[in-house]
Design a protein around this ligand. Structure first.
Ligand SMILES: [Zn+2]
Ligand SMILES: [Zn+2]
Length: 797
């Protein structure tokens, strides 16, 4: 069930309708399993554990149980065992146990419960979401037959490694578990008179002392398979089926040169190690400018925890999971696992097993790698902690940074947050001395930060004629190319032009399903909605008024590429955006071309704004710094600052130096001015003061409630009701919460749904949670309107 069905939140509609009085003898020794479901419910349900499953069931395993009206068999997660009976409720019995072993340990269960409480969703929803599909389906494992001595078989229990669900035994089926052959004297088979080859098979099993695969056994006994089958027919050995994993492919290690730390790096490492050695939880903000050598600091810290036999988790934005990053870690650790979104279920399952076995030293991955089941976690690192992709935008809407904080606290390990442009949330914690600040204000090898020139394009003749590249940028490009340097051009808009303008209506053509203008993609010859991905042939006339002659306004990366090719005809140019880089690996191929100098100009979206390190890039051009500036979002200034600072960081990474040109129509805007001056502190101080005055995050906590549905009137009426109930709850509980709205969302229509929202703010999170838990069960159910609650929302569209 998706989050779109939150309309039934906390309603007890799924409870058995026929509640019977409690009739079970209190003293009876019966075990109950506490079970949660993939539903937006806060309830934990109890089920009897049948005797046959008593010894096998435990928290973290899945069960199949009768649930709801009609007792439909449903899969749930066992989260605890108890002998305490809930009063007044008829208790049903578990139908089957799905997993032989717990999918998560006790600490991870605690973490998932915390996520459910914090982000106001069901515990079962969190469990369903974070355990990879491949782990649940045991993807990639195959059944293998092992042979064992019949005398190893015990009389009770379950067959070893029987695949699939374990059901309470109903028939007299034989089910013997393997007693591990600790008693070699039990091998009376050797006393029997057997043909030499069969005897060799028995001897091999006795010598090895464990079940063996047919090929292993044949090799050990130096025979074919016939003697093995002969022994099986005589009943002296038995065949056992077991699931085994195919081993995942690990990246190959690579030699590395010894890197000397500069004093800033050394100080950062020393502080981190002192925290590691104290085995306590602290959060450390590693605030280092672009090119200051943060990765080397992470690696030194990880080396320390690995030397204790512990594991580290390193989260990076998905976009940064490049071979370059992976090689960096692979060259320093003998076993790493890389978790990215392109893994098959089988690969994911393989990694999960390896990680859980403790065989992996370092887990490198995107957001969900925070749930890697490391048995002895020693350290968590989040690189580029300011990236919004660490927040999940479907249920559970968790932020990996907050989950990492909680996990690090539970496991008493340090958490390192690294960034050149920390979020104001993280920076405020440093100012308040809650977290430690590790500052690396200069680049490695004493390289200076590049000079950044702000170019006011309001009176630029080239721009006025519709060019993307103004006069100053063009001249700088010519100079850079002449000096054999490479160039990066950044533009945050993909497609050819972001607006199809109708002169008749005086406005842009919008997606029929969304309140968003269509982007013209020339190569695909379509008008595309960047919200719902709906594409249609380019309209010849305005769909609203029927007038012909729609104009392409604005510039996207396709158009920029066309212009670069036209104005620099003999220069190799490459475009990187999600249209050209849709295949796994294409990103790496493109970057290798650029690295080897086959390409002089690299242009693209945020894909090229982050993490890239090319010494020969001597010029970075920001085509339009204003794209994020005017969005109705409390973080638009912060994002503009981050973006310019990050893009600027792509140059000046060698003795060749480098410079940055930022084209803007708002040259006096603080984030642009501060980013050009490399002045994070100045920006953060001003912006924090501003946010404090407005009482918005990070000075308050926020929840956003979105109500959506196909009929605007219904959505509006429902959101009014939601607002009423929330305000009533705030009043009843006497909690100081500010409730704004309902109002239409900035994007009022999305994917054929009308959207209204409410914003709840308070200094602490708990009043918001209390109000929600009080009010939400009273929300009426409506067949066509649904609602979503987003705690700490980052997307306010
Ligand atoms: Zn029109
Ligand atoms: Zn759309």
């Amino acid at each position: 069930m998706t989050d779109s069905h939150q309309a039934s939140l906390f309603s007890e509609a799924d409870l058995p309708p026929d509640l019977l009085p409690w009739e079970i003898a209190a003293g009876e020794d019966r075990l109950l399993a506490e079970v949660v479901f993939n539903r937006p419910l806060t309830t934990i349900f109890q089920y009897f554990v049948p005797n046959e499953l008593r010894e096998m069931i435990g928290p973290g395993q899945r069960v199949q149980v009768p649930f709801g009206r009609g007792d439909k068999l449903t899969i749930g997660f066992c989260v605890g065992l108890t002998t305490t009976f809930p009063p007044g409720r008829r208790i049903k019995t578990i139908a089957a146990l799905i997993d032989r072993e717990a999918l998560l340990d006790a600490r991870m269960l605690e973490l998932t419960r915390w996520i459910a409480d914090r982000y106001l969703c069901g515990w079962g929803q969190v469990l369903e979401s974070i355990i990879p599909r491949g782990v649940k389906s045991k993807a990639g494992s195959r059944e293998v037959t092992f042979f064992a001595l019949a005398s190893w078989r015990a009389e009770t229990g379950q067959p070893l490694g029987e695949p699939g669900a374990v059901r309470p035994r109903t028939s007299e089926q034989e089910s013997g578990a393997l007693r591990h052959p600790a008693h070699p004297e039990a091998t009376s088979e050797l006393d029997l008179k057997l043909p030499a080859k069969q005897r060799a098979v028995i001897e091999a099993l006795v010598a090895v002392g464990r079940p063996m695969r047919v090929d292993e056994l044949a090799e050990a006994a130096q025979c074919g398979t016939a003697p093995i089958h002969g022994l099986r027919d005589k009943g002296l050995i038995v065949a056992l089926r077991e699931r085994v994993m195919s081993a995942p492919v690990m990246p190959t290690p690579e030699a590395h040169r010894e890197i000397r730390l500069n004093p800033d790096q050394q100080r950062a490492v020393d502080t981190i190690l002192s925290v590691v050695r104290a085995s306590e939880h602290r959060t450390l903000l590693l605030h280092g400018v672009t090119g200051s050598g943060k990765t080397e600091v992470y690696i030194r810290a990880i080396e320390e925890v690995v030397s204790y036999g512990r594991q580290a988790i390193v989260l990076v934005p998905e976009i940064s999971l490049t071979p370059q990053t992976i090689r960096r870690f692979a060259s320093r650790f003998s076993s790493i696992a890389v978790l990215h979104s392109h893994l098959t279920d089988a690969e994911r399952h393989g990694h999960w097993q390896q990680i859980a076995s403790g065989a992996v030293q370092v887990v490198v991955g995107a957001r969900s790698a925070i749930f890697a089941p490391t048995p002895h976690l020693g350290l968590i690192v989040i690189d580029e902690e300011h990236e919004t992709s660490f927040k999940q935008d479907s249920t559970p809407r968790y932020h990996a940074r907050e989950v990492a904080r909680r996990r690090a606290e539970l496991e008493k390990v340090p958490l390192i947050l690294g960034s050149a442009t920390p979020t104001l949330e993280s920076f405020l914690k440093v100012l308040r001395k809650e977290d430690l600040h590790l500052s690396m204000p200069s680049r490695v090898e004493r390289l200076p930060l590049p000079p950044v020139l702000i170019v006011d394009i309001r009176n630029d003749p080239a721009i006025a004629k519709g060019s993307a590249i103004g006069r100053a940028l063009f001249t700088s490009m010519m100079d850079a190319l002449k000096a054999k340097g490479q160039i990066i051009l950044f533009l945050n808009v993909r497609g050819f032009s972001p607006v199809l303008w109708c002169r008749g209506c005086g406005e842009g053509v919008k997606c029929p399903d969304c309140d968003i203008t269509l982007t013209y993609h020339k190569e695909r010859a379509v008008a595309l909605c960047h919200s719902c991905d709906r594409s249609a042939p380019l309209p010849k006339v305005c769909p609203k008024c029927g007038k012909p002659g729609l104009l392409n306004l604005g510039i996207g990366t396709e158009r920029l590429e066309a212009e670069v090719k036209a104005r620099f005809p003999n220069v190799a140019c490459l475009r990187m955006d999600s249209d050209t880089m849709s295949q796994r690996g294409s990103h790496d191929v493109a970057l290798e071309k650029f690295r080897h100098g086959e390409v002089q100009i690299l242009l693209g979206t945020q894909m090229i704004a982050k993490g890239l390190d090319f010494p020969n890039v001597t010029l970075v051009g920001v085509i339009d710094a204003d794209t994020l500036l005017h969005q109705p979002d409390i973080r638009s200034m912060e994002r503009t600052f981050q973006l310019i600072a990050q893009v600027a960081g792509r140059t000046g990474r060698s003795a060749k130096g480098g410079r940055v040109l930022v084209q803007t129509s708002s040259p006096e805007q603080p984030p642009i001015v501060r980013a050009a001056a490399h002045d994070f502190l100045g920006f953060a101080t001003d912006e924090l003061r501003h946010r404090q005055a407005l009482k918005v995050p990070p000075f308050s906590q926020m929840c956003r409630v979105i109500v959506r549905g196909p009929d605007e009137k219904e959505v509006h009426a429902y959101s009014d009701k939601v607002g009423e109930l929330l305000r009533a709850a705030a009043k009843e509980l006497a909690l100081d919460v500010r409730i704004l709205g309902p109002a239409p969302c900035p994007v009022t229509r999305l994917k054929a749904n009308f959207r209204y929202h409410l914003q709840l703010t308070s200094i602490e999170l708990s009043p918001l949670q209390k109000i929600w838990l009080h009010a939400a069960p009273k929300f009426p159910s409506h067949p066509e309107v649904e609602f979503v609650v987003d705690v700490d929302p980052l997307n306010l569209r």
